[in-house]
Design a binder for this molecule. Structure first.
Ligand SMILES: NC(=O)N[C@@H](CC(=O)O)C(=O)O
Ligand SMILES: [Zn+2]
Ligand SMILES: [Zn+2]
Length: 346
């Protein structure tokens, strides 16, 4: 049976980098036009560490998305070695913070101020566990002796597994998983562990990034892995398990910073995120499971209501534009120039 349109409860994006200043102004609407809510990552310079900083940043996002007044940014706190548990819990209780983000120091973009050892934040995690505040984790070790393709799998045994044992009631989201190891770990864990899966990790493997010339616009962290991992992620996303949900990790960097001798990590996937995810579910013959992944599992995990609106995607082809924004901060959308088979009705 062919389907030519699909209507579902409006999805949320549980992992988004909107940046700030001019970049925020030029990328925010791409997220707001599709999603009801978005978990906003705090890795700005300087990072968002206080409730005051988060509420000011939230206002700037609301201004940048004024055309979509119903769009709700959900703010996160950037954890450092010296984060005060009181700051985090008060921010959560005041409704400013929805979650807190653990970046292992130097694991990814703007993570220099991240956590050097999880022991330093045990007090914060204890407090978060007590109030049901989710911990979002960039799950990669940073040890120089660990190959970059193994950093997520090693993180599971060295950090994630002990952390979950130390805090059995803590809600944890393993962000942007890229390996079969992580998908299996989440699926088999009986506690409050979930994972976001990006659309690019469902669509590309490391060959796409490296064969026939290096593609800087497909470089992100965690880096895309072997084909067997991509297949495992597709199985997990379409499995019907409520522990996997949509998180694009859209991470815009100016073209000049991507096409560089030392290019930044991050894929700007916001513009056609839903169309690409839907294509994956169609290819996996799992269209009937898309709404749970995109619109139901995330709110259930976070303890939030589902969105009231619905959206419709139609079987209409469209070409992804080559560029967004203005120089020198112009960005290249994921799959620029490709023809997509679905289109979000506006
Ligand atoms: N995903 C990325 O490759 N980059 C993100 C940071 C992150 O999510 O790790 C960014 O902020 O650019
Ligand atoms: Zn990350
Ligand atoms: Zn991210």
């Amino acid at each position: 049976m062919t389907v030519d349109s699909i209507t579902l409860i409006q999805p949320d994006d549980w992992h988004v980098h909107l940046r700030d200043g001019q970049m925020l102004k030029q990328v925010a609407a791409y997220t707001a036009r599709q999603f009801g809510r978005a978990i906003i990552m705090p890795n700005l310079t300087p990072p968002v560490i206080t409730a005051q900083m988060a509420s000011e940043y939230r206002l700037r996002i609301k201004q940048a998305t004024a055309d979509y007044p119903d769009f709700e940014p959900l703010m996160t706190a950037y954890l450092t070695d010296s984060t005060d548990p009181v700051e985090i819990t008060q921010g959560y209780k005041a409704g400013i913070f929805t979650a807190a983000k653990l970046y292992p120091a130097n694991a990814t973009t703007n993570s220099a101020a991240g956590v050097t050892d999880v022991r330093h934040i045990h007090g914060v995690l204890e407090a978060m566990q007590g109030i049901g505040m989710p911990l979002l984790v960039h799950g990669e070790v940073v040890s120089e002796d660990i190959d970059v393709f193994d950093r997520e799998a090693v993180f599971i045994e060295r950090i994630m597994d002990p952390l979950l044992k130390d805090f059995p009631e803590l809600k944890v989201v393993f962000e942007h998983i890229t390996t079969k190891d992580a998908a299996d770990f989440v699926a088999s864990h009986h506690g409050r562990l979930a994972a976001t899966i990006t659309v690019h990790h469902l669509q590309i493997n490391r060959n796409d990034m490296l064969v026939g010339g290096i593609k800087p616009h497909l470089y992100c962290l965690p880096v895309a892995k072997r084909e067997r991992h991509r297949q495992a992620l597709r199985l997990a996303a379409t499995s019907g398990s409520d522990r996997f949900f949509l998180g694009t990790d859209t991470a815009p960097h100016a073209v000049g910073d991507k096409e560089s001798a030392c290019g930044c990590a991050g894929i700007f996937s916001a513009p056609h995120a839903l169309e690409n995810y839907l294509q994956v579910f169609e290819e996996e013959q799992a269209l009937d499971r898309f709404e749970a992944f995109a619109s139901l599992n995330g709110p259930a995990f976070y303890g939030l209501p589902v969105n009231k609106k619905t959206i419709t995607l139609e079987k209409v082809i469209q070409t992804v534009p080559d560029s967004a924004g203005t120089e020198p901060l112009n960005v290249q959308p994921y799959r620029a120039g490709d023809i997509l088979s679905w289109r979000l009705q506006q």
